[in-house]
Design a protein around this ligand. Sequence first.
Ligand code: B12
Length: 211
Amino acid sequence: MVQAYRRYVDALVAGDWQRCRAEFEAWLGSGMELRTLYTDLIQRSLYEVGTLWESGRVSVATEHLATAITESLLNLVYPRLFTQPRRNRSAVVCCVANEFHQLGGKMVADLFELNGWRGYFLGANTPIRDLTDLLADKKPDVAVLSVTIYYGMDALLNAATEIRARFPALPILVGGQAFRWGGRERAEQITGVQYLPSLTELEAWMKTHGN
Ligand code: B12
């Protein structure tokens, strides 16, 4: 496992899509839970790439290539996502305004699908007005906001406040790396907002909300 992870990261940093794909498919074929694959391979490897980039050991271009490879690999998971019985529940998942880190939110939406929910994923940088209009249209059972950059926390709080004003009873889940630096208390002061630290807690939440 350790060696397989190392082979994968080396291939990722080398920009070698073929080797990444081979390693990824081996993990996928091993029957490993998707949540574990997402955290132990995908998340871990991108955090490592981030550290390499931050310390100047890989370029922005290398980081971009690693991210692009990762995004393409996530599509290989699709056949697995829609095999569960549908549960007549849905979630709208998005990254707040000016938030361009979208892989975490994508994983969250995938996990909803894997558990039989409809997981609408809006991607990066979603303006609040468009988000609330979409919520009015789709009428989901929960709105989910992801934030990575800590200076995006105000945008998240604004989005949650706007959603609460327009949809008083809609549960709002929030999460993402930005919460490492704080923000949970301020977010949970808004009625009906709950912070969840991980995909594990998210699956537990689904089980108590209609799963
Ligand atoms: C790829 C990347 C980018 C790409 C993103 C492209 C894309 N398509 O997503 C681009 C090039 C856009 C980018 C830009 C920037 N980035 Co960047 N980026 C990264 C990198 C390397 C990987 C991000 C990633 O996908 N991680 C993997 C995912 C799966 O992890 P995750 O987001 O944490 O999600 C998991 C959990 O948090 C959770 N989760 C997420 N949301 C939610 C919600 C709920 C409800 C729940 C339950 C769970 C949950 O689920 C996921 C699976 O477990 C990180 C390194 C890192 N540590 O992540 C830096 C990093 C996040 N970036 C960083 C920085 C500084 C920037 C820039 C400011 C750089 C710049 N000077 O321009 C800009 C900011 C752009 C913006 N306004 O958003 C810093 C942030 C530091 C900080 N203190 O905030 C990091 C940490 C790099 C570093 N080590 O310094 N980046």
